[in-house]
Design a protein around this ligand. Structure first.
Ligand code: KIV
Length: 275
């Protein structure tokens, strides 16, 4: 092996070593411009299937395809240098069998350049995690509120709110750890449960609507920038107003096109530059 990549990204073993030392900072990105801007700040970029809702305006995450997720993954990888890039496997692309999951994950990684995949699911999917990890595909597991289960859950509802349900989610997270997952996303659970899973596992947990005790946090980038309209989940926080910047720039552009002040001669070809 004599080929060296100039890009040095956070690796999976590096992220695993964060446990107990420093927080894993994660945001979502689906496109090159956003990925380029967040890359210096984060450890991990998740190409989430939330793009179905956030980027395409669909009502849930179920309709996004393998090819769409792969293309979004490639856009994010091409625009970034240092974050570890993980792609969500879309609904239906990994639940049939471990073999199906491996083939689709291998396709996604080969055609995007991403490092790892994320799958949603409990104990029943742990064998799939094991199959992929043993064959060279790092897996980030996702337990608790799993948006791909919206129809079985009866909506996007916080999970694990009674003792039995909480025990089941602990078992889900443990099963993926034992199967070789490098970390677990915990979404939409009681704070005490997020804390308990984090204290129980030896691999990192990444919380979203879980607990500050988690080993890392993830949010949807559009949710922290005011770009999600009025669909902002309770667990998200606004960290900036990109909506105003875009709205104002579009208004100013429209104004200048209408009054003829844009384009000016400096934006035209075949015109001598004036000093
Ligand atoms: O699809 C997604 O963006 C996610 C995160 C919100 C965890 O799964």
């Amino acid at each position: 092996m004599s080929v060296h990549s100039e890009i040095k990204r956070r690796s999976v073993p590096e992220l695993m070593a964060y446990k107990g030392n420093k927080k894993i900072v994660c945001l979502t990105a689906y496109s090159a411009p956003i990925a380029r801007l967040i890359d210096p700040a984060v450890d991990l970029i998740l190409v989430g299937d939330s793009t179905a809702m956030v980027g395409y305006g669909m009502r849930d995450t179920l309709s996004i395809t393998l090819q769409q997720m792969t293309d979004h993954g490639a856009a994010v990888v091409n625009a970034t240098q240092q974050a570890c890039v993980v792609i969500d496997m879309p609904f239906g692309s990994y639940q049939v069998s471990p073999q199906q999951a491996f083939e689709n994950a291998a396709f996604m990684l080969a055609h995007s350049g991403a490092t790892a995949v994320k799958i949603e699911g409990g104990v029943a999917l742990a064998e799939t995690t094991r199959f992929m990890v043993e064959r060279g595909i790092p897996v980030l597991a996702h337990v608790g509120l799993m948006p791909q289960y919206v129809n079985t859950m009866g909506g996007f509802k916080a999970q694990g709110m009674n003792e039995t349900a909480a025990e089941r989610i602990v078992a889900d997270a443990l099963a993926h750890q034992e199967a070789g997952a490098f970390a677990v996303v915990i979404e939409g659970v009681a704070e005490s449960l997020g804390r308990r899973i984090t204290e129980t596992l030896r691999i990192p947990t990444i919380g979203i609507g879980a607990s500050p005790a988690c080993d890392g946090q993830v949010l949807v980038t559009e949710d922290i920038l005011g770009l999600s309209g009025d669909r902002i989940p309770r667990f998200a926080k606004n960290f900036g107003d990109a909506a105003s910047v875009i709205r104002d720039a579009a208004q100013q552009y429209a104004h200048e096109v209408r009054d003829g002040s844009f384009p000016a001669m400096e934006h035209c070809f075949g015109v001598k530059k004036t000093k």
